[in-house]
Write a protein that binds this ligand. Structure first.
Ligand code: GTP
Ligand code: SPV
Ligand code: MN
Length: 595
Protein backbone atom coordinates (compact mmCIF):
# COMPACT_ATOMS: atom_id res chain seq x y z
CA UNK A 1 0.00 0.00 0.00
CA UNK A 2 2.88 2.37 0.75
CA UNK A 3 5.16 1.37 -2.05
CA UNK A 4 5.38 4.76 -3.73
CA UNK A 5 6.26 8.12 -2.26
CA UNK A 6 3.37 9.95 -3.88
CA UNK A 7 3.85 13.49 -2.62
CA UNK A 8 1.46 15.12 -5.05
CA UNK A 9 -2.13 14.07 -5.41
CA UNK A 10 -2.71 15.39 -8.91
CA UNK A 11 0.54 16.57 -10.39
CA UNK A 12 -0.78 16.75 -13.91
CA UNK A 13 -3.82 18.98 -13.42
CA UNK A 14 -3.13 22.58 -14.32
CA UNK A 15 -3.97 25.37 -11.91
CA UNK A 16 -5.48 22.68 -9.74
CA UNK A 17 -7.33 23.77 -6.58
CA UNK A 18 -5.31 21.19 -4.69
CA UNK A 19 -2.15 23.25 -5.25
CA UNK A 20 -2.24 24.60 -1.71
CA UNK A 21 -2.73 21.10 -0.32
CA UNK A 22 0.01 19.61 -2.50
CA UNK A 23 2.42 22.35 -1.50
CA UNK A 24 1.64 21.86 2.19
CA UNK A 25 2.10 18.06 2.00
CA UNK A 26 5.44 18.55 0.24
CA UNK A 27 6.53 21.08 2.86
CA UNK A 28 5.54 18.80 5.75
CA UNK A 29 7.25 15.81 4.10
CA UNK A 30 10.45 17.82 3.73
CA UNK A 31 10.28 18.70 7.44
CA UNK A 32 9.23 15.36 8.90
CA UNK A 33 11.13 13.04 6.49
CA UNK A 34 8.70 10.10 6.29
CA UNK A 35 9.72 6.89 4.50
CA UNK A 36 6.33 6.73 2.74
CA UNK A 37 3.40 9.01 1.97
CA UNK A 38 -0.11 7.63 1.73
CA UNK A 39 -3.14 9.65 0.59
CA UNK A 40 -6.20 8.17 2.33
CA UNK A 41 -9.23 7.46 0.16
CA UNK A 42 -11.38 6.11 3.01
CA UNK A 43 -12.08 2.82 1.18
CA UNK A 44 -12.80 -0.50 2.88
CA UNK A 45 -9.68 -1.99 1.30
CA UNK A 46 -7.51 0.77 2.70
CA UNK A 47 -9.04 0.33 6.16
CA UNK A 48 -8.55 -3.46 6.04
CA UNK A 49 -4.89 -3.00 5.11
CA UNK A 50 -4.37 -0.50 7.96
CA UNK A 51 -6.04 -2.78 10.47
CA UNK A 52 -3.97 -5.77 9.33
CA UNK A 53 -0.86 -3.69 9.79
CA UNK A 54 -1.91 -2.55 13.27
CA UNK A 55 -2.80 -6.11 14.27
CA UNK A 56 0.64 -7.25 13.11
CA UNK A 57 2.48 -4.67 15.21
CA UNK A 58 0.22 -4.99 18.28
CA UNK A 59 -1.42 -1.54 18.00
CA UNK A 60 -4.77 -3.31 17.75
CA UNK A 61 -5.56 -6.49 19.66
CA UNK A 62 -8.36 -8.76 18.48
CA UNK A 63 -11.46 -9.16 20.64
CA UNK A 64 -13.86 -12.11 20.76
CA UNK A 65 -14.92 -12.67 17.12
CA UNK A 66 -18.32 -14.08 18.12
CA UNK A 67 -19.47 -11.57 20.71
CA UNK A 68 -17.65 -8.52 19.26
CA UNK A 69 -17.24 -9.04 15.51
CA UNK A 70 -14.84 -6.61 13.76
CA UNK A 71 -14.02 -4.87 17.05
CA UNK A 72 -10.53 -4.15 18.37
CA UNK A 73 -8.76 -3.17 21.56
CA UNK A 74 -6.09 -0.49 21.64
CA UNK A 75 -3.93 0.02 24.74
CA UNK A 76 -2.39 3.45 24.75
CA UNK A 77 0.77 4.48 26.49
CA UNK A 78 -0.24 4.74 30.19
CA UNK A 79 0.86 8.38 30.23
CA UNK A 80 -1.34 9.25 27.24
CA UNK A 81 -4.93 8.63 28.29
CA UNK A 82 -6.71 12.01 28.25
CA UNK A 83 -6.67 15.55 26.94
CA UNK A 84 -3.84 17.73 28.25
CA UNK A 85 -5.34 21.16 28.84
CA UNK A 86 -2.12 22.55 30.36
CA UNK A 87 -0.27 21.75 27.10
CA UNK A 88 -2.98 23.09 24.77
CA UNK A 89 -2.41 26.59 23.35
CA UNK A 90 -4.24 29.15 21.26
CA UNK A 91 -1.65 31.14 19.30
CA UNK A 92 -3.11 34.47 18.19
CA UNK A 93 -0.90 37.47 17.37
CA UNK A 94 -2.42 39.33 20.35
CA UNK A 95 -2.51 37.54 23.71
CA UNK A 96 -5.80 39.21 24.61
CA UNK A 97 -7.54 37.63 21.61
CA UNK A 98 -6.94 34.18 23.15
CA UNK A 99 -8.17 35.50 26.50
CA UNK A 100 -7.61 34.40 30.10
CA UNK A 101 -9.52 31.20 29.25
CA UNK A 102 -6.66 29.90 27.04
CA UNK A 103 -2.97 29.22 27.32
CA UNK A 104 -1.28 31.49 24.81
CA UNK A 105 1.94 31.53 22.87
CA UNK A 106 3.05 33.97 20.14
CA UNK A 107 2.56 32.32 16.73
CA UNK A 108 6.21 32.60 15.61
CA UNK A 109 7.46 31.10 18.86
CA UNK A 110 4.89 28.30 18.73
CA UNK A 111 5.71 27.45 15.10
CA UNK A 112 9.43 27.37 15.88
CA UNK A 113 8.87 25.15 18.92
CA UNK A 114 6.63 22.74 17.03
CA UNK A 115 8.70 22.63 13.85
CA UNK A 116 11.75 21.69 15.93
CA UNK A 117 9.78 18.75 17.34
CA UNK A 118 8.47 17.75 13.91
CA UNK A 119 11.90 17.88 12.23
CA UNK A 120 12.70 14.36 11.06
CA UNK A 121 10.05 12.86 13.37
CA UNK A 122 8.51 10.63 10.68
CA UNK A 123 11.75 8.90 9.66
CA UNK A 124 10.98 5.20 9.31
CA UNK A 125 7.26 5.96 9.40
CA UNK A 126 4.44 6.53 6.91
CA UNK A 127 2.91 9.98 6.57
CA UNK A 128 -0.84 9.69 6.05
CA UNK A 129 -2.75 12.50 4.34
CA UNK A 130 -6.28 12.36 5.75
CA UNK A 131 -8.84 14.58 3.97
CA UNK A 132 -12.05 14.86 5.98
CA UNK A 133 -15.33 16.71 6.07
CA UNK A 134 -16.97 17.83 9.34
CA UNK A 135 -20.71 17.57 8.70
CA UNK A 136 -22.74 15.89 5.96
CA UNK A 137 -20.65 16.03 2.80
CA UNK A 138 -23.34 18.00 0.92
CA UNK A 139 -24.17 20.40 3.77
CA UNK A 140 -23.57 24.14 3.41
CA UNK A 141 -22.84 24.13 7.16
CA UNK A 142 -20.07 21.52 6.81
CA UNK A 143 -16.37 22.42 6.68
CA UNK A 144 -13.36 20.43 5.46
CA UNK A 145 -9.92 19.79 6.82
CA UNK A 146 -6.85 17.69 6.13
CA UNK A 147 -4.95 15.97 8.91
CA UNK A 148 -1.42 14.80 8.27
CA UNK A 149 -0.49 12.12 10.80
CA UNK A 150 2.00 9.29 11.27
CA UNK A 151 -0.45 7.24 13.36
CA UNK A 152 -2.52 4.50 11.66
CA UNK A 153 -4.65 4.41 14.84
CA UNK A 154 -5.52 8.06 14.25
CA UNK A 155 -6.38 7.31 10.61
CA UNK A 156 -8.70 4.44 11.62
CA UNK A 157 -10.41 6.63 14.21
CA UNK A 158 -10.74 9.60 11.84
CA UNK A 159 -12.41 7.27 9.33
CA UNK A 160 -15.10 6.53 11.91
CA UNK A 161 -15.42 10.02 13.41
CA UNK A 162 -15.51 12.07 10.17
CA UNK A 163 -16.47 11.76 6.51
CA UNK A 164 -12.94 10.82 5.51
CA UNK A 165 -11.41 10.15 2.10
CA UNK A 166 -12.19 10.70 -1.56
CA UNK A 167 -15.48 12.61 -1.16
CA UNK A 168 -13.89 15.06 1.28
CA UNK A 169 -10.92 15.56 -1.05
CA UNK A 170 -13.32 16.27 -3.93
CA UNK A 171 -15.07 18.94 -1.82
CA UNK A 172 -11.71 20.47 -0.87
CA UNK A 173 -10.79 20.54 -4.56
CA UNK A 174 -14.08 22.31 -5.30
CA UNK A 175 -13.85 24.84 -2.46
CA UNK A 176 -10.10 25.32 -2.33
CA UNK A 177 -10.10 25.93 1.43
CA UNK A 178 -9.49 23.58 4.33
CA UNK A 179 -8.14 23.49 7.90
CA UNK A 180 -4.57 22.18 8.11
CA UNK A 181 -3.82 19.79 10.97
CA UNK A 182 -0.34 18.37 11.45
CA UNK A 183 0.01 15.54 13.93
CA UNK A 184 2.74 13.18 15.03
CA UNK A 185 2.73 10.81 17.95
CA UNK A 186 6.42 11.64 18.37
CA UNK A 187 7.90 9.67 21.26
CA UNK A 188 4.68 9.88 23.34
CA UNK A 189 6.75 11.75 25.91
CA UNK A 190 4.55 13.92 28.16
CA UNK A 191 7.47 16.38 28.35
CA UNK A 192 7.43 16.79 24.56
CA UNK A 193 3.69 17.10 24.02
CA UNK A 194 1.89 20.20 22.74
CA UNK A 195 -1.42 20.91 21.02
CA UNK A 196 -1.15 24.30 19.25
CA UNK A 197 -3.88 26.21 17.43
CA UNK A 198 -3.36 29.08 14.98
CA UNK A 199 -6.93 30.28 14.35
CA UNK A 200 -5.93 33.08 11.92
CA UNK A 201 -4.02 30.54 9.83
CA UNK A 202 -6.69 27.81 10.15
CA UNK A 203 -3.83 25.60 11.33
CA UNK A 204 -3.30 23.03 14.10
CA UNK A 205 -0.03 21.41 15.18
CA UNK A 206 -0.19 18.51 17.63
CA UNK A 207 2.81 16.51 18.82
CA UNK A 208 3.44 13.72 21.31
CA UNK A 209 -0.01 12.23 21.97
CA UNK A 210 -2.20 9.63 20.28
CA UNK A 211 -5.24 10.28 22.53
CA UNK A 212 -8.60 11.30 20.98
CA UNK A 213 -9.02 14.98 21.75
CA UNK A 214 -5.26 15.61 21.32
CA UNK A 215 -4.81 13.63 18.11
CA UNK A 216 -8.08 13.28 16.16
CA UNK A 217 -7.69 16.84 14.95
CA UNK A 218 -11.12 17.05 13.28
CA UNK A 219 -12.77 16.82 16.70
CA UNK A 220 -11.95 19.32 19.46
CA UNK A 221 -9.08 21.11 17.64
CA UNK A 222 -10.94 21.80 14.38
CA UNK A 223 -14.68 21.42 15.13
CA UNK A 224 -14.48 23.48 18.34
CA UNK A 225 -11.32 25.62 18.74
CA UNK A 226 -10.77 26.61 15.09
CA UNK A 227 -14.48 26.44 14.19
CA UNK A 228 -15.51 28.67 17.10
CA UNK A 229 -13.16 31.33 15.70
CA UNK A 230 -14.61 30.93 12.18
CA UNK A 231 -18.15 30.85 13.55
CA UNK A 232 -17.65 34.20 15.25
CA UNK A 233 -16.49 35.76 11.99
CA UNK A 234 -19.26 34.17 9.95
CA UNK A 235 -22.22 34.51 12.34
CA UNK A 236 -22.74 30.96 13.60
CA UNK A 237 -21.95 28.88 16.70
CA UNK A 238 -19.61 25.90 17.22
CA UNK A 239 -20.52 24.28 20.52
CA UNK A 240 -19.69 21.35 22.84
CA UNK A 241 -23.27 20.11 22.65
CA UNK A 242 -25.24 16.96 21.96
CA UNK A 243 -28.26 17.20 19.67
CA UNK A 244 -31.30 15.03 20.41
CA UNK A 245 -34.79 14.82 18.90
CA UNK A 246 -37.70 14.24 21.30
CA UNK A 247 -40.82 12.91 19.56
CA UNK A 248 -44.06 13.24 21.51
CA UNK A 249 -47.04 10.86 21.21
CA UNK A 250 -48.58 13.26 18.63
CA UNK A 251 -45.58 12.62 16.39
CA UNK A 252 -44.06 16.10 16.73
CA UNK A 253 -40.31 16.20 17.22
CA UNK A 254 -38.50 18.96 19.13
CA UNK A 255 -34.72 19.11 18.80
CA UNK A 256 -32.74 19.99 21.90
CA UNK A 257 -29.02 20.94 22.05
CA UNK A 258 -27.29 20.45 25.39
CA UNK A 259 -23.86 21.52 26.63
CA UNK A 260 -22.44 19.49 29.53
CA UNK A 261 -18.70 19.39 30.28
CA UNK A 262 -16.63 16.35 29.33
CA UNK A 263 -17.88 13.11 30.92
CA UNK A 264 -21.02 14.79 32.27
CA UNK A 265 -23.72 12.95 30.33
CA UNK A 266 -23.97 14.16 26.70
CA UNK A 267 -23.70 10.71 25.09
CA UNK A 268 -26.19 9.34 27.59
CA UNK A 269 -28.78 12.08 27.03
CA UNK A 270 -28.35 11.87 23.25
CA UNK A 271 -29.20 8.14 23.32
CA UNK A 272 -31.80 8.22 26.07
CA UNK A 273 -34.37 5.41 26.24
CA UNK A 274 -37.74 6.66 27.56
CA UNK A 275 -39.07 5.18 30.82
CA UNK A 276 -41.59 2.37 30.30
CA UNK A 277 -44.69 4.58 30.73
CA UNK A 278 -43.38 7.08 28.18
CA UNK A 279 -42.56 4.31 25.69
CA UNK A 280 -46.07 2.96 25.96
CA UNK A 281 -47.51 6.43 25.47
CA UNK A 282 -45.51 6.76 22.24
CA UNK A 283 -42.54 8.94 23.15
CA UNK A 284 -39.42 8.40 21.03
CA UNK A 285 -35.88 9.75 21.22
CA UNK A 286 -33.67 10.37 18.17
CA UNK A 287 -29.91 10.82 18.35
CA UNK A 288 -28.42 13.49 16.06
CA UNK A 289 -25.07 14.02 17.81
CA UNK A 290 -23.39 13.34 21.15
CA UNK A 291 -20.55 15.88 21.46
CA UNK A 292 -20.41 18.75 18.98
CA UNK A 293 -23.06 21.01 17.44
CA UNK A 294 -22.68 23.63 14.74
CA UNK A 295 -25.69 25.92 14.42
CA UNK A 296 -26.69 29.03 12.55
CA UNK A 297 -29.84 31.08 12.04
CA UNK A 298 -32.05 29.93 9.17
CA UNK A 299 -34.26 32.08 6.95
CA UNK A 300 -37.16 31.64 9.41
CA UNK A 301 -35.10 33.05 12.30
CA UNK A 302 -34.69 29.71 14.09
CA UNK A 303 -31.29 28.14 14.83
CA UNK A 304 -30.50 25.11 12.63
CA UNK A 305 -27.95 22.58 13.84
CA UNK A 306 -25.78 19.86 12.35
CA UNK A 307 -23.58 17.31 14.04
CA UNK A 308 -20.19 17.79 12.38
CA UNK A 309 -19.11 14.29 13.41
CA UNK A 310 -19.90 10.91 11.88
CA UNK A 311 -19.15 8.77 14.94
CA UNK A 312 -19.06 8.65 18.71
CA UNK A 313 -15.87 8.74 20.82
CA UNK A 314 -17.69 7.86 24.01
CA UNK A 315 -16.82 7.17 27.65
CA UNK A 316 -16.94 3.40 28.31
CA UNK A 317 -17.19 3.19 32.13
CA UNK A 318 -20.77 3.36 33.34
CA UNK A 319 -22.19 2.26 29.97
CA UNK A 320 -24.53 -0.65 30.61
CA UNK A 321 -27.77 -2.25 29.58
CA UNK A 322 -29.57 -0.29 32.26
CA UNK A 323 -27.86 3.10 31.82
CA UNK A 324 -27.51 3.24 28.02
CA UNK A 325 -28.77 0.21 26.05
CA UNK A 326 -28.58 2.21 22.78
CA UNK A 327 -24.85 2.76 23.28
CA UNK A 328 -24.35 -0.89 24.16
CA UNK A 329 -26.14 -1.97 20.96
CA UNK A 330 -24.14 0.58 18.95
CA UNK A 331 -20.79 -0.80 20.13
CA UNK A 332 -21.62 -4.49 19.66
CA UNK A 333 -19.53 -4.67 16.46
CA UNK A 334 -17.07 -2.63 14.30
CA UNK A 335 -15.84 -0.68 17.32
CA UNK A 336 -12.39 0.40 18.45
CA UNK A 337 -12.07 0.23 22.25
CA UNK A 338 -9.25 2.17 23.87
CA UNK A 339 -7.96 1.35 27.37
CA UNK A 340 -10.80 -0.93 28.50
CA UNK A 341 -10.24 -4.21 30.36
CA UNK A 342 -10.92 -7.66 28.86
CA UNK A 343 -12.52 -10.82 30.21
CA UNK A 344 -10.90 -14.22 29.84
CA UNK A 345 -13.16 -14.66 26.78
CA UNK A 346 -11.53 -11.58 25.15
CA UNK A 347 -14.66 -9.52 25.60
CA UNK A 348 -14.24 -5.81 26.38
CA UNK A 349 -15.13 -4.90 29.96
CA UNK A 350 -15.35 -1.79 32.15
CA UNK A 351 -16.64 -0.77 35.58
CA UNK A 352 -20.43 -0.57 35.57
CA UNK A 353 -20.92 -2.93 32.61
CA UNK A 354 -21.98 -6.04 34.54
CA UNK A 355 -21.02 -8.24 37.48
CA UNK A 356 -18.20 -10.15 35.77
CA UNK A 357 -14.58 -9.91 36.87
CA UNK A 358 -12.15 -9.05 34.08
CA UNK A 359 -9.01 -11.08 33.34
CA UNK A 360 -6.72 -8.22 32.24
CA UNK A 361 -6.81 -4.55 33.12
CA UNK A 362 -6.42 -1.65 30.68
CA UNK A 363 -2.65 -1.97 30.76
CA UNK A 364 -2.84 -5.71 29.98
CA UNK A 365 -1.85 -6.76 33.49
CA UNK A 366 -3.72 -9.57 35.28
CA UNK A 367 -6.58 -7.75 36.99
CA UNK A 368 -5.84 -6.81 40.61
CA UNK A 369 -8.18 -4.38 42.38
CA UNK A 370 -5.13 -3.09 44.25
CA UNK A 371 -4.01 -1.50 40.94
CA UNK A 372 -7.18 0.62 40.68
CA UNK A 373 -10.03 0.30 38.19
CA UNK A 374 -9.80 -2.43 35.54
CA UNK A 375 -10.74 -0.05 32.74
CA UNK A 376 -9.17 3.40 32.71
CA UNK A 377 -11.83 5.91 33.95
CA UNK A 378 -11.44 7.72 30.60
CA UNK A 379 -11.45 4.55 28.47
CA UNK A 380 -13.45 5.12 25.29
CA UNK A 381 -15.16 3.49 22.31
CA UNK A 382 -14.98 4.78 18.74
CA UNK A 383 -17.95 3.76 16.62
CA UNK A 384 -19.92 4.93 13.59
CA UNK A 385 -23.09 6.88 14.44
CA UNK A 386 -24.93 4.84 11.82
CA UNK A 387 -24.75 1.82 14.11
CA UNK A 388 -26.85 3.57 16.75
CA UNK A 389 -30.42 2.18 16.91
CA UNK A 390 -31.77 5.66 17.76
CA UNK A 391 -29.78 7.45 15.01
CA UNK A 392 -32.09 10.17 13.71
CA UNK A 393 -33.34 10.04 10.12
CA UNK A 394 -32.65 13.81 10.11
CA UNK A 395 -29.04 13.42 11.33
CA UNK A 396 -27.60 13.72 7.83
CA UNK A 397 -29.99 16.48 6.71
CA UNK A 398 -27.70 19.01 4.99
CA UNK A 399 -29.85 21.90 6.30
CA UNK A 400 -29.66 20.68 9.90
CA UNK A 401 -32.47 20.42 12.44
CA UNK A 402 -34.30 23.37 14.09
CA UNK A 403 -33.42 23.77 17.78
CA UNK A 404 -36.30 24.36 20.23
CA UNK A 405 -34.29 24.42 23.45
CA UNK A 406 -30.70 24.85 24.58
CA UNK A 407 -29.70 23.17 27.84
CA UNK A 408 -26.67 23.90 30.01
CA UNK A 409 -25.61 21.67 32.88
CA UNK A 410 -22.77 20.35 34.97
CA UNK A 411 -21.86 18.21 37.93
CA UNK A 412 -22.96 20.15 41.00
CA UNK A 413 -23.19 18.13 44.20
CA UNK A 414 -24.90 21.01 46.00
CA UNK A 415 -27.00 24.17 45.54
CA UNK A 416 -28.06 23.83 41.87
CA UNK A 417 -31.61 22.44 41.42
CA UNK A 418 -32.63 19.73 38.95
CA UNK A 419 -33.82 22.23 36.33
CA UNK A 420 -34.62 25.89 35.79
CA UNK A 421 -35.45 28.05 32.81
CA UNK A 422 -33.78 31.32 31.88
CA UNK A 423 -36.04 34.35 31.60
CA UNK A 424 -34.87 35.32 28.12
CA UNK A 425 -31.86 35.00 25.80
CA UNK A 426 -29.48 37.42 27.62
CA UNK A 427 -30.27 35.74 30.94
CA UNK A 428 -29.71 32.37 29.24
CA UNK A 429 -26.30 33.52 28.02
CA UNK A 430 -25.43 34.41 31.62
CA UNK A 431 -26.66 30.99 32.80
CA UNK A 432 -24.30 29.40 30.24
CA UNK A 433 -21.42 31.75 31.08
CA UNK A 434 -21.83 30.96 34.80
CA UNK A 435 -21.76 27.18 34.39
CA UNK A 436 -19.69 25.34 36.95
CA UNK A 437 -18.81 21.68 37.12
CA UNK A 438 -16.61 19.23 39.00
CA UNK A 439 -13.66 18.09 36.85
CA UNK A 440 -13.60 14.53 35.39
CA UNK A 441 -11.07 12.03 34.02
CA UNK A 442 -11.52 13.33 30.45
CA UNK A 443 -8.55 15.66 31.05
CA UNK A 444 -5.40 14.97 33.07
CA UNK A 445 -5.32 16.59 36.51
CA UNK A 446 -7.39 16.43 39.67
CA UNK A 447 -10.90 14.94 39.45
CA UNK A 448 -13.91 16.35 41.34
CA UNK A 449 -12.72 19.94 41.65
CA UNK A 450 -15.42 22.55 40.98
CA UNK A 451 -14.42 25.03 38.25
CA UNK A 452 -16.21 27.50 35.98
CA UNK A 453 -16.73 25.86 32.61
CA UNK A 454 -18.84 28.33 30.60
CA UNK A 455 -21.08 26.54 28.11
CA UNK A 456 -18.83 23.45 28.61
CA UNK A 457 -16.33 25.31 26.39
CA UNK A 458 -13.55 26.14 28.89
CA UNK A 459 -11.14 23.72 27.19
CA UNK A 460 -12.45 24.34 23.69
CA UNK A 461 -13.20 28.01 22.95
CA UNK A 462 -10.59 29.22 20.44
CA UNK A 463 -10.80 32.87 21.52
CA UNK A 464 -11.43 35.23 24.45
CA UNK A 465 -14.54 34.18 26.41
CA UNK A 466 -15.58 37.85 26.75
CA UNK A 467 -15.84 38.06 22.95
CA UNK A 468 -17.53 34.66 22.87
CA UNK A 469 -20.27 35.80 25.27
CA UNK A 470 -20.71 38.96 23.16
CA UNK A 471 -21.07 36.73 20.09
CA UNK A 472 -23.76 34.67 21.85
CA UNK A 473 -25.61 37.85 22.88
CA UNK A 474 -25.52 39.09 19.26
CA UNK A 475 -28.00 36.41 18.13
CA UNK A 476 -30.79 38.26 19.97
CA UNK A 477 -31.98 40.34 17.03
CA UNK A 478 -35.33 41.44 15.66
CA UNK A 479 -36.91 38.55 13.76
CA UNK A 480 -34.85 35.90 15.58
CA UNK A 481 -36.86 32.95 16.93
CA UNK A 482 -34.32 31.75 19.44
CA UNK A 483 -34.59 28.58 21.50
CA UNK A 484 -35.53 28.78 25.17
CA UNK A 485 -32.53 28.24 27.46
CA UNK A 486 -32.56 25.88 30.48
CA UNK A 487 -30.09 24.67 33.10
CA UNK A 488 -30.08 21.11 34.50
CA UNK A 489 -28.16 19.24 37.20
CA UNK A 490 -28.40 15.43 37.16
CA UNK A 491 -25.66 15.20 39.77
CA UNK A 492 -27.09 16.78 42.95
CA UNK A 493 -26.11 14.71 45.97
CA UNK A 494 -27.82 14.03 49.28
CA UNK A 495 -26.32 14.09 52.75
CA UNK A 496 -25.25 10.46 52.25
CA UNK A 497 -23.19 11.46 49.19
CA UNK A 498 -25.49 9.62 46.76
CA UNK A 499 -27.13 11.11 43.66
CA UNK A 500 -30.66 12.32 44.47
CA UNK A 501 -31.99 12.07 40.91
CA UNK A 502 -32.12 8.66 39.15
CA UNK A 503 -30.89 10.21 35.88
CA UNK A 504 -30.41 8.49 32.51
CA UNK A 505 -33.79 7.54 30.95
CA UNK A 506 -35.64 9.37 33.71
CA UNK A 507 -34.15 12.63 32.40
CA UNK A 508 -36.91 12.55 29.76
CA UNK A 509 -39.28 13.77 32.49
CA UNK A 510 -37.26 16.98 32.65
CA UNK A 511 -37.07 17.25 28.86
CA UNK A 512 -40.85 16.86 28.66
CA UNK A 513 -41.29 19.82 31.03
CA UNK A 514 -38.92 21.90 28.88
CA UNK A 515 -40.77 21.07 25.69
CA UNK A 516 -44.06 21.93 27.34
CA UNK A 517 -42.57 25.24 28.45
CA UNK A 518 -41.54 25.88 24.84
CA UNK A 519 -45.13 25.15 23.82
CA UNK A 520 -46.52 27.28 26.66
CA UNK A 521 -48.17 24.29 28.33
CA UNK A 522 -46.34 23.89 31.65
CA UNK A 523 -46.18 25.93 34.82
CA UNK A 524 -43.24 27.21 36.81
CA UNK A 525 -42.45 29.42 39.77
CA UNK A 526 -40.56 32.65 39.23
CA UNK A 527 -37.39 33.12 41.30
CA UNK A 528 -34.39 35.45 40.92
CA UNK A 529 -32.41 32.65 39.21
CA UNK A 530 -35.17 31.84 36.68
CA UNK A 531 -38.33 29.77 36.40
CA UNK A 532 -38.35 26.59 38.51
CA UNK A 533 -40.88 23.78 38.23
CA UNK A 534 -42.66 22.52 41.32
CA UNK A 535 -42.60 18.71 41.69
CA UNK A 536 -46.23 18.73 40.47
CA UNK A 537 -45.20 20.39 37.20
CA UNK A 538 -43.16 17.33 36.18
CA UNK A 539 -44.50 13.87 35.47
CA UNK A 540 -42.88 11.96 38.36
CA UNK A 541 -45.14 8.91 38.16
CA UNK A 542 -43.09 5.86 39.07
CA UNK A 543 -40.14 7.84 40.49
CA UNK A 544 -39.70 7.44 44.22
CA UNK A 545 -38.09 10.60 45.57
CA UNK A 546 -37.33 10.99 49.27
CA UNK A 547 -38.41 14.18 51.03
CA UNK A 548 -34.79 15.31 51.06
CA UNK A 549 -34.52 14.66 47.31
CA UNK A 550 -37.67 16.55 46.48
CA UNK A 551 -36.66 19.50 48.65
CA UNK A 552 -33.17 19.73 47.18
CA UNK A 553 -34.02 19.00 43.53
CA UNK A 554 -36.86 21.52 43.39
CA UNK A 555 -35.78 23.97 46.06
CA UNK A 556 -34.29 27.44 45.77
CA UNK A 557 -31.68 28.25 48.41
CA UNK A 558 -31.56 32.05 48.49
CA UNK A 559 -28.49 32.32 50.74
CA UNK A 560 -26.56 29.76 48.74
CA UNK A 561 -27.40 31.54 45.48
CA UNK A 562 -26.39 34.90 46.92
CA UNK A 563 -22.80 33.69 47.30
CA UNK A 564 -22.93 31.77 44.00
CA UNK A 565 -24.00 34.90 42.08
CA UNK A 566 -21.30 36.88 43.87
CA UNK A 567 -18.71 34.34 42.74
CA UNK A 568 -20.11 34.52 39.18
CA UNK A 569 -19.62 38.28 39.32
CA UNK A 570 -15.99 37.81 40.41
CA UNK A 571 -15.49 35.36 37.54
CA UNK A 572 -16.84 37.83 34.97
CA UNK A 573 -14.51 40.49 36.42
CA UNK A 574 -11.51 38.34 35.44
CA UNK A 575 -12.15 39.34 31.83
CA UNK A 576 -11.92 43.06 32.61
CA UNK A 577 -13.34 45.70 30.29
CA UNK A 578 -13.76 43.26 27.44
CA UNK A 579 -16.70 41.55 29.21
CA UNK A 580 -19.97 42.76 27.64
CA UNK A 581 -21.83 45.19 29.89
CA UNK A 582 -25.10 43.40 29.15
CA UNK A 583 -23.81 40.24 30.83
CA UNK A 584 -22.51 42.10 33.88
CA UNK A 585 -25.89 43.86 33.97
CA UNK A 586 -27.69 40.49 34.11
CA UNK A 587 -25.48 39.35 36.98
CA UNK A 588 -26.03 42.61 38.88
CA UNK A 589 -29.78 42.45 38.34
CA UNK A 590 -29.95 38.92 39.80
CA UNK A 591 -27.63 39.85 42.68
CA UNK A 592 -29.89 42.76 43.62
CA UNK A 593 -33.02 40.59 43.42
CA UNK A 594 -31.36 38.11 45.77
CA UNK A 595 -30.93 41.02 48.21
P1 GTP B 1 -17.47 13.48 26.69
O1 GTP B 1 -17.45 12.43 25.66
O2 GTP B 1 -16.24 13.46 27.56
O3 GTP B 1 -17.72 14.86 26.15
O4 GTP B 1 -18.61 13.10 27.77
P2 GTP B 1 -20.21 13.06 27.79
O5 GTP B 1 -20.73 14.38 28.23
O6 GTP B 1 -20.74 12.51 26.51
O7 GTP B 1 -20.50 12.07 29.00
P3 GTP B 1 -21.21 10.63 29.05
O8 GTP B 1 -22.61 10.64 28.55
O9 GTP B 1 -20.29 9.66 28.40
O10 GTP B 1 -21.26 10.36 30.62
C1 GTP B 1 -20.12 10.31 31.42
C2 GTP B 1 -20.41 9.60 32.72
O11 GTP B 1 -21.53 10.20 33.36
C3 GTP B 1 -20.74 8.14 32.53
O12 GTP B 1 -20.03 7.38 33.48
C4 GTP B 1 -22.22 8.07 32.76
O13 GTP B 1 -22.62 6.82 33.28
C5 GTP B 1 -22.49 9.22 33.73
N1 GTP B 1 -23.86 9.77 33.54
C6 GTP B 1 -24.43 10.13 32.36
N2 GTP B 1 -25.71 10.56 32.52
C7 GTP B 1 -25.96 10.48 33.84
C8 GTP B 1 -27.11 10.79 34.66
O14 GTP B 1 -28.16 11.21 34.18
N3 GTP B 1 -26.97 10.58 36.00
C9 GTP B 1 -25.81 10.12 36.56
N4 GTP B 1 -25.77 9.95 37.88
N5 GTP B 1 -24.71 9.80 35.82
C10 GTP B 1 -24.78 9.99 34.49
C1 SPV C 1 -14.16 15.32 25.82
O1 SPV C 1 -13.16 15.22 26.57
O2 SPV C 1 -15.00 16.26 25.94
C2 SPV C 1 -14.39 14.32 24.76
C3 SPV C 1 -13.32 13.38 24.47
O3 SPV C 1 -15.42 14.35 24.11
S1 SPV C 1 -12.04 14.11 23.53
O4 SPV C 1 -12.28 13.83 22.12
O5 SPV C 1 -10.81 13.52 23.96
O6 SPV C 1 -12.05 15.54 23.73
MN1 MN D 1 -16.68 16.08 24.63
Amino acid sequence: MNAAVDVFKSQDSQGCRLDALNAWVAEVAALTQPDHIHWCDGSDAENAALIARMQADGTLLPLNRETDPHSWLHRSSPSDVARVEHLTFVCTPERDDAGPNNHWMAPAEAHAKMDALFAGCMRGRTLYVVPYCMGPIDSPLARCGVEITDSPYVVANMRIMTRMGAAALARIEREGSFVKGLHSIGELDPERRFIMHFPEELTIKSYGSGYGGNALLGKKCHALRIASHQARQEGWLAEHMLIVGIENPQGQTHYVAAAFPSACGKTNLAMLIPPEGYRQAGWKVWTVGDDICWMRPGADGRLYAINPEAGFFGVAPGTSDSSNPNALATISHHTIFTNVAVTDEQEPWWEGLDGRTPALDWQGRPYDPANGPAAHPNSRFTVSARQCPSYSPRAEDPQGVPISAIVFGGRRASLVPLVFEARDWPHGVLVGAAMGSETTAAATGAVGVMRRDPMAMKPFCGYNFADYFAHWLSFDQPGAKLPKIFHVNWFRKGDDGKFLWPGFGENLRVLEWMIKRVEGQADAVETPIGHLPRPADLNLEGVALSQEAEAKLFGFDRDGWRSEVESIGAYLEEFGGRMPGALKGEQERIASQLG
